[in-house]
Write a protein that binds this ligand. Structure first.
Ligand code: FE2
Length: 298
């Protein structure tokens, strides 16, 4: 895609759709992610796959291997002893945790936190990690299955914003300016200027990467009023996590407005059995580990 394409303002719907679909053509940095994840997903889904099958694929990439070991040894996983090999990492953490580390690592590489284009990506990733930490804490309290996956859902929920920032620079700059000058939500500004929004883009890019449906749902349905037909409780944890991350100003997602919390989100939170103060204590604790994860990725 040309980096100097024209700025679109007030798109008619046909142009918006064409423009939207064009994001995913000729973007090599994005297609490389789907390749790695696709291979890993195939191995994880294969009931006959062994630790050595996964190790064989990962070890081709020394940088990825080193990063996996760094993340596995970070306080985020809180393991009591040091992991020094891929075999150990896969055996101790399991296939799903490894898949989650690889997804995180690949997405960070595609949108590195040190590269600030229009908004501060370090603060953006901090917000994303905070959302994941809060969502995971809620999922754990509700005894939902695979709460590690809920963390990744939170981490990826705003991925559509990074795609817009990277490939629609001029439009995204206008969007961010409108948010600041007119006090409207980022979602409204995106719809007004582009004719689509970061949730649409998040849904498309996570589907394009062949990510599990839950990750697709988190990026598509985390905004107020958007409903997921599948994984509703887990997606609701991410929606709540996003609100808490914003209320407590952990990082920034480029939009100061806290989404309207739907009544079902309050009901879900009540089921944790914790008061807000008790939950915040837990959230801060999880966030201290989340900060370690962020540092291990940079
Ligand atoms: Fe967010």
């Amino acid at each position: 895609m040309s980096k100097t394409h024209k700025v679109y303002i007030g798109l008619n719907s046909a142009t918006a759709i064409e423009n939207f679909n064009n994001i995913f053509k000729s973007v090599s940095s994005l297609s490389s992610i789907s390749g790695v994840i696709f291979v890993i997903e195939n191995i994880i889904d294969d009931p006959n796959a062994s630790v050595s099958d996964l190790e064989e694929v990962i070890s081709i990439d020394p940088a990825l291997t080193a990063r996996i070991l760094r993340i596995a040894n970070s306080a985020f996983y809180g393991l009591s002893h040091k992991i020094s090999s891929l075999t150990q990492a896969i055996t101790i953490l399991g296939f799903n945790a490894l898949r989650n580390i690889i997804v995180t690592s690949e997405v960070f590489d595609a949108f590195p936190p040190e590269k600030n284009i229009i908004f501060d990506r370090y603060l953006f990733w901090k917000h994303s990690i905070a959302t994941g930490c809060a969502a995971k804490a809620i999922g754990k309290l509700l005894k939902l299955e695979n709460y590690e996956e809920i963390f990744i859902g939170g981490l990826l929920h705003d991925i559509g914003k990074l795609v817009l920032e990277e490939f629609f620079k001029n439009e995204f700059r206008l969007i961010v300016n409108q948010v600041k000058m007119q006090g409207i939500s980022l979602l409204d500004a995106e719809n007004k200027i582009l004719g689509f929004n970061h949730c649409d883009v998040g849904k498309k890019i996570t589907s394009y990467w062949n990510f599990p449906q839950f990750f697709v749902d988190c990026s598509a349905y985390h905004c107020s009023g958007h409903k997921s037909e599948t994984y509703s409780s887990k997606v609701a944890c991410v929606k709540l996590g996003n609100c808490f991350a914003k209320i407590f100003c952990f990082g920034s997602d480029g939009d100061e407005q806290v989404p309207v919390m739907e009544p079902e989100l309050f009901d879900l939170f009540d089921k944790t059995g914790l008061s807000q103060n008790e939950f915040f204590g837990l959230f801060f604790y999880e966030m201290s580990k989340g900060n370690e994860l962020l540092e291990s990725l940079i």
